[in-house]
Design a protein around this ligand. Sequence first.
Ligand SMILES: Nc1ncnc2c1ncn2[C@@H]1O[C@H](COP(=O)(O)OP(=O)(O)O)[C@@H](O)[C@H]1O
Ligand SMILES: [Mg+2]
Length: 312
Amino acid sequence: MLPLKALLQQKGMSQARLARKVKLSPATIAQLLNKGIWPTNPPRDALQASITAVLTAKGIAVSAAHFEPAPIAEDAEKNHNAQEGIDMLLRKQTLSPQARKHFGLFRDPFDNDVTEASDVFVTPDSRYVREAMWSTAKLGGFIAVAGESGSGKSTLAALLCGLRPPDSGLLLLHGLDKAAWGVQTWRRTVAAAPQFHENYIFSAPFAFNLLMGRRWPPNNEDLQEAEQVCQGLGLGDLLERMPAGLMQMVGETGWRLSHGERSRVFLARALLQEAHVIVLDESFGALDPETLGQCLTYVMQRAPTLVVIAHP
Ligand SMILES: Nc1ncnc2c1ncn2[C@@H]1O[C@H](COP(=O)(O)OP(=O)(O)O)[C@@H](O)[C@H]1O
Ligand SMILES: [Mg+2]
């Protein structure tokens, strides 16, 4: 706003009258007085001179300062600063773990990361599960799912892997659903190692059984990594025992693997697939406690986002 506007009001001169005198439309004068927007024609100097002349003729003293935008009013500035202060405080706010638990809040409510209505209106239980899985996925973390037989653990695994479509709701990966990613990409991105009796060892080289989710034939790096993962999962001894090492034929007609070995091959397969999410559905069932500990530690180190399903 130009100070000229206040001056006119003070001296009892209407904007319309000024407009008539300087031969401009009232709208043009309003633009100028309210917003400081000068018309392109006449040029600013000429218009300022003619307004000054009109007002001076009426005995109204006017100076160049009346044509410069007024500095932001003090209280407006105060409000602005106050708002900034509130924003800054909000950024610094955090909730205590007790408060988060009480209100079932897992994300920081002071961040604007609520993106859809269903982020807000869900039952506490489903909210808990969703939020836990969301944070796990976001942070590349680890989530353990425990539940009695028949409680739906394997169903959850099948949903995550895209083997089963959800009855309702949307399952999103990096914000897109399976239809958008395509089945192939989804399955490549979310790898599962099901219970060992629900999985297969193919009559093929050992390396094929490890790297089939990545590519075949493999390159040298793939083979080196496969060997590393075998070591990490305690399959180093097995590799040494097999005469052809990674190229040993395994399966029905070849080297028969024990249950414990098979389940670790499935773990290795999931790890080597370079998936973003790895779902282990009771994958450790056939392992003795010591091997289980070693494998779990290794998998937790290597897997990006890990969902481990187990009995309570
Ligand atoms: N197609 C289906 N329709 C309805 N219920 C099913 C179907 N398939 C499995 N179920 C049931 O869903 C429940 C959850 O199964 P599941 O996810 O395998 O449990 P968990 O892995 O926790 O033992 C079981 O009671 C099972 O019988
Ligand atoms: Mg199950």
